[in-house]
Design a protein around this ligand. Structure first.
Ligand SMILES: Cc1ncc(COP(=O)(O)O)c(C=O)c1O
Length: 402
């Protein structure tokens, strides 16, 4: 095996042979090249809602590919799967009368949402409104927009100058947000936040925090963007975090769970009010988008995935998964194995209070995948995970921590 593959978020000096080669998956289990099985406690990377190996999605993609693999959706072209998946997404969202822009990655979705927010402000004639306020611990992808929006400082470093006009506030501090608005509210284009912060360490919002953001944005003419790349599609117990937390943003980014990862698909849900501003001038051209915006095969995967989620009630199954996981985490805490835990729905972090990588390695060795983030271990399993499999996750963690 050569080292031709340069891995993302990995040490370039790490040899290809030292990576774990995942070759097969079924339900909440994945298998490596040696045939060893692992409980996929991270649903790939916060995304595989329906579990691995679902033939309904594979067959839908294959059928679509035989008919038409991909054709762009730049005017004058469109395609049925793109229009249909957009419809299914908005129907499930807090903006059933809104529209959906499509891309491939969460990073593309975030960059597009940031561009739409600034665009809308420019078209309102408020050209000075360019500031995007973002929070510490936020993870918004790795394109230049998302990198500039990162609240995880090391992810912003080493790339030279980033996009200007991003201001950061401590993640749980509504007062700090209010202060920026008080001082320069007429220059703020948008606030960007995950409803529940995921990759930065799993931080649910404080009571009233998201409502406070909505109020500040409304009072100051700024847009509110929810980055639901992790929260979207059932992770928090409703289709979107916006619904779980009862706060409606103007723009919602999504990716990951929309296809459960069977093919790349992402996008931005745009509220009716913002759509109306974009639709107003028939001569206006939205000069952004991707070759693969509305890729037929990806959209076919999205349609099949959303059908499965709907038919199997997976949009709400996070509540059941959460009860079982919370039981386990409470036991780990009571036994002194972990300092604390946090999370909700089907996304949690066990706080160890020390470097979590050695513990993760032991857990991995014992056949369970969790994700080390600083001093905690993240757990975000497929929404189809069984109670027995959750038991195996918790028991394996207990053994490794003991
Ligand atoms: C909240 C959030 N936004 C954006 C992204 C970036 O998505 P992608 O890696 O698909 O570009 C992620 C990825 O984990 C994410 O969690």
């Amino acid at each position: 095996m050569t080292n031709a593959l340069l891995h993302p978020f990995s040490p370039p000096a790490m040899a290809e042979g030292d990576f774990i080669d995942i070759v097969r998956g079924e339900g909440s289990l994945v298998y490596d090249a040696d045939g060893k099985d692992y409980v996929d406690g991270m649903a790939n990377l916060w995304l595989c809602q329906v579990g691995h190996g679902r033939t309904e999605i594979i067959d839908a993609v294959t059928a679509q590919m035989h008919q038409m693999e991909a054709y762009n959706t730049f005017a004058p072209f469109t395609n049925g799967p793109a229009a249909r998946v957009a419809e299914m997404i908005v129907e499930r969202s807090p903006h059933p009368d809104g529209r959906t822009f499509l891309g491939c990655s969460g990073s593309e979705a975030v960059d597009t949402a940031l561009k739409i927010a600034r665009l809308v402000q420019q078209r309102r004639g408020t050209e000075g409104r360019q500031i995007i306020i973002k929070r510490t611990n936020g993870y918004h992808g790795t394109n230049f927009g998302g990198t500039s929006a990162q609240g995880i400082a090391p992810n912003r470093e080493g790339w030279g100058d980033l996009v200007p006009h991003f201001l950061e506030v401590p993640h749980d501090d509504l007062e700090a947000m209010a202060t920026i608005f008080a001082e320069q509210g007429d220059r703020v284009a948008a606030v960007l936040t995950e409803p529940l912060q995921g990759a930065g360490g799993v931080f649910p919002p404080a009571d009233g925090y998201l409502e406070g953001l909505r109020r500040l944005c409304d009072d100051n003419g700024a847009l509110l963007i929810f980055d639901e790349v992790i929260c979207g599609f059932g992770r928090t117990g409703e289709w979107f975090g916006a619904q779980t937390f009862g706060v409606t943003p103007d723009l919602i980014t999504f990716a990951k769970g929309v296809t459960s990862g069977y093919l790349p698909l992402s996008g931005v849900i745009v509220s009716r009010a913002v759509c109306a501003e974009l639709e107003e001038d028939p001569g206006f051209l939205l000069r952004t988008g991707y070759t693969y915006s509305g890729h037929q095969a990806s959209c076919a995967a999205g349609i099949a995935n959303l059908r499965i989620m709907t038919d199997e009630g997976l949009d709400q199954r996070a509540n059941h998964v959460g009860e079982r996981l919370q039981e386990g985490l409470r036991a780990l805490e009571a036994d002194g194995h972990i300092e604390s835990w946090r999370g909700m729905g089907a996304v949690y972090a066990a706080e160890l209070g020390r470097d979590s990588i050695p513990v993760r390695n032991a857990i991995l060795e014992a056949g369970v995948i969790v994700r080390p983030i600083g001093t905690c271990l993240a757990i975000c399993p497929p929404l189809v995970i069984t109670d027995d499999e959750i038991g195996r996750v918790i028991d394996t963690m207990a053994d490794a921590l003991r």
